[in-house]
Design a protein around this ligand. Structure first.
Ligand code: PMP
Length: 395
């Protein structure tokens, strides 16, 4: 049996983390791993989550099963968060999922049942795990150009031209906000052009929403999803609570679908429940139950939103300080795009040799594609970091 298994592919980010841990330099810097960090370099449990967990501990009186689609109250709260509290949700349904990744996978399985011949189109670049997640669901994949490294913005013309070649019925995976790994988001004018193409060519939107609240704000970051919901007949959204509620390891998310009619929505949710049942039966409860408490209790909700906003503003000011330091050190505007971009990531124009040099000579750890975690930038070491980056760029 097991002797027949080939070696698994090494995970680049996990490898980088191990090398970072083994590095004994005290001034080393980790810009690799994709989790939010505060100014002390910690990824804390959010205050409202701690308090909701206490409440849960005191009030929960059973650990009996819930359902394959999880808690209805949790699902409704996430639907309201994504589509707006006053949205018409009659044709929208959701299942609690095992993080955003779990939502991506079960939605991919569901769509495969609906349109077995559809292919999936991913942005180039995209979150690397999109590829195995979609391949595991049996899809043939294509990519559309997304990022213009010269300007640090979306290559909208290239994206539209490429998606224009998708066959009718194909599925397009879109990042709802805070694109990972580039930090470059579509403008609302760009979204209008993409939505027109989806409509004209009968392409299906599959939206990955993993960073709501990390870009321009909780409501603002849902603008693209809400616009698509108002313009298109159907869509799915894989929402993650890992980042905006800091629940990474608890595995909390929602697989959301919007259908043409209420009857189709209800039937599709039933099928989604079947997908889940045949996979892991039911989602874990703790994180979703905690989230439900945070979203339904007025005081906890307000405290959570305040803390989330503090995190978002910290990333915005780190972006500004970093691009400012690079502007001074490089005496150019070539890094100004970092301040314009959204969310937790941006890309630096560094090749493998330059990234190796940054790690070896300066103790700065960055993933192989040049993606940096903005939340890992050192508040009081920006000049030094800018200097190291410009030094390896000049060599
Ligand atoms: N989509 C994107 C773009 C992500 O960056 C991530 C997390 N890195 C996810 C989905 C999934 O997150 P999780 O499964 O941890 O909720």
């Amino acid at each position: 049996m097991f002797e027949a298994l080939p070696e698994p592919k090494a995970d680049a980010i996990l490898g980088l983390m191990a090398a970072f841990r083994a590095d004994t330099r005290t001034d080393k810097l980790d810009l690799g791993v994709g989790v939010y960090k505060d100014s002390a370099g910690k990824t804390p449990v959010m205050r409202a989550i701690k308090n909701a967990e206490k409440k849960l501990l005191e009030t929960q009186d059973t650990k009996s099963y819930v359902a394959p689609i999880g808690s209805a109250a949790f699902c409704n709260a996430i639907i309201a968060q994504v589509f707006g509290s006053d949205a018409d949700t009659s044709c929208i349904r959701a299942a609690q999922s095992v993080g955003g990744s779990g939502a991506l996978r079960v939605l991919a399985d569901l769509l495969k049942q609906g349109r077995p011949d559809a292919d999936i189109w991913l942005s180039d670049p995209s979150w690397p795990n999109h590829v195995p997640l979609m391949q595991a669901a049996g899809y043939a994949l294509h990519t559309y150009p997304y990022y213009d490294a010269q300007t640090g913005s979306v290559n909208i013309e290239g994206m539209l031209e490429s998606l224009g070649k998708a066959k009718r019925g194909d599925i397009v995976l879109l990042h709802g906000c805070c694109h990972n790994p580039t930090g470059a988001d579509l403008s609302m004018d760009d979204w209008a052009r993409v939505v027109k193409l989806l409509k004209d060519n009968d392409l299906f939107p599959f939206i990955d929403l993993a960073y709501q609240g990390f870009g321009d704000g909780l409501e603002q970051d849902a603008a693209a999803v809400r616009y698509m919901a108002s313009e298109l007949p159907e869509l799915v959204v894989a929402a993650s609570c890992s980042k905006n509620l800091g629940l990474y390891r608890e595995r909390v998310g929602a697989a959301i679908l919007m259908a043409k009619t209420e009857a189709e929505a209800t039937r599709a949710l039933g099928r989604l429940g079947g997908v889940i049942r045949s996979n892991y039966s039911m989602p874990p409860d703790h994180g979703a139950n905690t989230t439900e408490i945070v979203l339904s209790d007025a005081a906890l909700n307000a405290d959570w939103k305040e803390e989330l906003e503090t995190m978002r503003l910290r990333m915005v000011s780190l972006r500004q300080a970093f691009s400012e330091a690079l502007r001074k050190r490089s005496n150019s505007e070539r890094f100004d795009y970092i301040a314009e971009q959204k969310g937790m990531f941006s890309r630096l124009p560094l090749n493998t040799a330059q990234l190796d040099k940054l790690r070896d000579d300066h103790g700065i750890y960055i993933v192989g594609d040049g993606r940096i975690n903005v939340a890992g930038l050192p508040e009081s070491g920006m000049e030094q970091l800018a200097d190291a980056i410009c030094t390896v760029l000049a060599e």
